[in-house]
Every structure is written in structure tokens, then in C-alpha cells.
Design a protein around this ligand. Structure first.
Ligand SMILES: *Cc1c(COP(=O)(O)O)cnc(C)c1O
Ligand SMILES: [Zn+2]
Length: 374
């Protein structure tokens, strides 16, 4: 791997540093780690390479090519979609192998784990992150246990089961599941999509792809979902790297979309606070982003502010209407994904003048056909 600077891990709280090869998923003080890494990235080198996200190899901190765990994923189409007469370019990330953009994070994280020689992992999720981690672990031959709430619907568990993941069903709430996986993570590697910084080294590829697909320039704004912020923070990392490399001249505004029924970061942003308070969630069809207390909340707020962006909160009727609107144009996305497209409409309505806006379909509708209300 070519590196612009020596890459390492740094603790987000006590600033202790560790080598990239560090075998634990968090700092000795208990806080989360971030990857510090400035890639030596040259767009000219990329054009002849295979159409996958691994074409940005110099930007992906995986030690050796032999460790790469891949389904040739990425470089998803960037397709114009109509939003009430305004055309917005939308990344087709519902087309990833497991049905959501989480494969971006999983391919880099699981490749890193293979390079480390990790043989078993735990993760907690009954949704798309668990499926992505389970699929890449299956391909890597890494044993994987996914912690899920005991009352998770059988339909959601079948994809995990087909990938050969062991399911650990935890009675009680989603928080009880989170506590159970933390106990397991005391002696097993925790491949968490929200804690583990290597996941974000994968989600950052959406920035590289969008820039390349626009002829190596950044859009004016990117409208992205925010639950745990894995895609938004990834985009922030990616665009910041491209800025630092001199490929783009400014960061796009990052527009974070939350469901009004569960909007801790939208609220904190409106109140100009640096950190959020956990919320009691209402019901939302966008269950994939209904995160009451996102562990990287501070970082997400900071990223949105740093780019001059903002948060948008969308109501349930807006989510439902957007789902239908996308369907009528031939795009079958899951309700969580429709929260983001509802956010695009809301953001467009707030604009004084036209901008080059890019957004994303985050998850395939086929994932949730059983629970679609039609
Ligand atoms: C994971 C996910 C999101 C949002 O991701 P966060 O990392 O929680 O912000 C949005 N849509 C879909 C379909 C997802 O799977
Ligand atoms: Zn620390």
C-alpha cells in the first residue's frame, strides 16, 4: 500500500495513538478510535482500473491486496431522478450485493480484519449492517455472530441465516442487545458499523465515486441519511481527503436527513448545540435511521457545520409520499431509503437558487417487501 503519510489510529477522547494493526476495536480508555490517514491519491491513475470501489486503492488503508474481500462492489450508477420538476443525481446504492450501501463499509472493514488475522467477530444489527458484515465474513471465512433483539421479524433474520451467521437472540430492547454485544466484545473482535473506524474508510468511497462520475469535481450539496451517520461521516472523510489532495476545491454542503419521529441530531443542530441529547423515539417507517443516541453524534454535527450544511427532518406522510413517487419512476427502495428522498424534496424547497444536488438510494425495496404497506 502506498501511503501519503503514516497511517495510525487515534482515540477520539484521550488522543492516545495506536498502529493500524492494533488488535482491538476501541481505545484502552473505552472510547472510539478514528483512522488518521492522508492518502497519496492521483485521479489519473484510476481511469483504467476495474469498475469497483477498489479502484481507489491508494485511499483504502488495507495492508495487502491478498487480504481484500470483495464482490467487485461499488461504482454504482449515478442516475437523474425527478423531484417535482427538478432533476437530482442519485447514487444507486440499493444495487450492492446485500441490498444496501453498507457493503461499502463491510468490504473495507472485513478486508482489514482478514489482514489482521481475525478469525471471529461479533456485530449487533438485525438490519442492513448485519447482513453486509455477515456476507463479507462468509466470503472471508471469518466466523460471525450477529446479536439481534429476540423479537426481530423472521423475514429480517433469513438473509443473515443464509449467509451462515450465528444469531444470538437477546430478550428485551435494542439497548439490551447493545449491552449484550458489548459483553461479548470483551473477548471477541467487535466489527461494529458505528464504532469501528474502518467501516467509515469504506463508506467514504461514495465521495470518490461521486467526484469521479462528475468529472472529478464535487457537487454543491449531498443529501444523506443520518442514523448513526455511517454514510454521512464517510462522505465527509472522503470529500475532505479529495480536498486535501487538491482534486476538488471545496467541500460540498452535507445535508443530514432524520425522521422527525427520531431526530436527536436535527434537534441539536436547530438548538446550535455541539452534542445531542438522546430522544424517546416515536414510530417511523424509516426504522433503519431511528437511532436515539448515535455514538458519533458530535462528529456528525461537526461535519455538517464544517461544510456549511444543515439537517432536515421528514414526517411520516412525507416518507410515504416519497416512497410512492420513487416507485412510480421505477425505483423500488425501502422505506428507510425514502426518508432520504423525502429529505431531498424538502431541501430543494428551501433553496433560493439552483444547486448541483446529489443523493443516494440507500437500500433495496426487496429487503422489506414483507412489511411494505400496499
Ligand atoms: C444504515 C442505513 C441508513 C443510515 O445509516 P446510518 O449509518 O445509521 O446513518 C439509511 N438507509 C438504509 C437503507 C440503511 O441501511
Ligand atoms: Zn482513549
Amino acid at each position: 500500500m502506498q501511503r501519503g503519510t503514516m497511517a495510525h489510529l487515534v482515540c477520539s477522547r484521550c488522543a492516545q495513538t495506536f498502529p493500524l494493526e492494533y488488535q482491538h476495536w476501541r481505545c484502552t480508555c473505552g472510547s472510539m478510535l478514528d483512522v488518521v490517514f492522508t492518502p497519496a491519491f492521483d485521479p489519473a491513475a484510476v481511469s483504467g482500473r476495474k469498475p469497483t470501489l477498489w479502484r481507489y486503492r491508494e485511499a483504502l488503508p488495507v495492508a495487502d491486496d491478498a487480504s481484500i474481500v470483495s464482490f467487485d462492489e461499488g461504482l454504482t450508477p449515478l442516475v437523474p431522478v425527478d423531484f417535482g420538476g427538478v432533476s437530482v443525481l442519485v447514487k444507486q446504492d440499493q444495487l450492492f450485493s446485500t441490498g444496501s450501501y453498507k457493503d461499502r463499509g463491510a468490504t473495507v472493514l472485513v478486508s482489514h480484519l482478514k489482514a489482521l488475522g481475525v478469525q471471529r467477530i461479533v456485530e449487533d444489527s438485525s438490519g442492513n449492517a448485519g447482513c453486509a458484515i455477515a456476507a463479507y465474513c462468509a466470503r472471508a471465512g471469518i466466523a460471525c455472530t450477529i446479536y439481534v433483539p429476540a423479537d426481530t421479524s423472521p423475514a429480517k433474520l433469513s438473509q443473515l441465516r443464509e449467509y451462515g451467521a450465528t444469531l444470538a437472540k437477546v430478550p428485551g430492547s435494542r439497548d439490551d442487545t447493545a449491552r449484550a454485544v458489548l459483553r461479548a466484545a470483551e473477548d471477541t473482535y467487535y466489527a461494529s458499523h458505528s464504532w469501528n473506524p474502518f467501516f467509515f474508510q469504506g463508506t467514504k468511497t461514495i465521495a470518490y465515486e461521486v467526484c469521479e462520475q462528475l468529472g472529478w469535481r464535487a457537487p454543491d450539496s449531498m443529501v444523506l441519511p443520518v442514523g448513526n451517520g455511517t454514510l454521512l461521516l464517510g462522505a465527509y472523510i472522503g470529500f475532505s481527503e479529495l480536498l486535501q489532495a487538491g482534486v476538488i476545491s471545496r467541500l460540498p454542503k452535507l445535508i443530514g436527513v432524520q425522521a422527525a419521529a427520531c431526530a436527536p441530531l436535527y434537534t441539536a443542530f436547530q438548538e446550535r448545540r455541539e452534542a445531542h441529547s438522546p430522544v424517546m423515539p416515536g414510530h417511523t417507517a424509516a426504522e433503519g435511521i431511528a437511532i436515539t443516541d448515535p455514538i458519533r453524534g458530535r462528529q456528525i454535527l461537526q461535519a455538517v457545520r464544517d461544510t456549511g450544511g444543515c439537517f432536515v427532518a421528514v414526517t411520516e406522510p412525507e416518507i410515504t409520499a416519497s416512497l410512492t413517487n420513487m416507485g412510480r419512476q421505477g425505483f423500488y427502495i425501502e422505506p428507510t431509503s425514502a426518508a432520504t428522498t423525502a429529505g431531498v424534496s424538502k431541501y430543494l424547497a428551501s433553496l433560493a437558487e439552483q444547486e448541483l444536488v446529489v443523493s443516494v438510494f440507500t437500500g433495496h425495496g426487496l429487503k422489506t417487501t414483507g412489511s411494505m404497506r400496499l
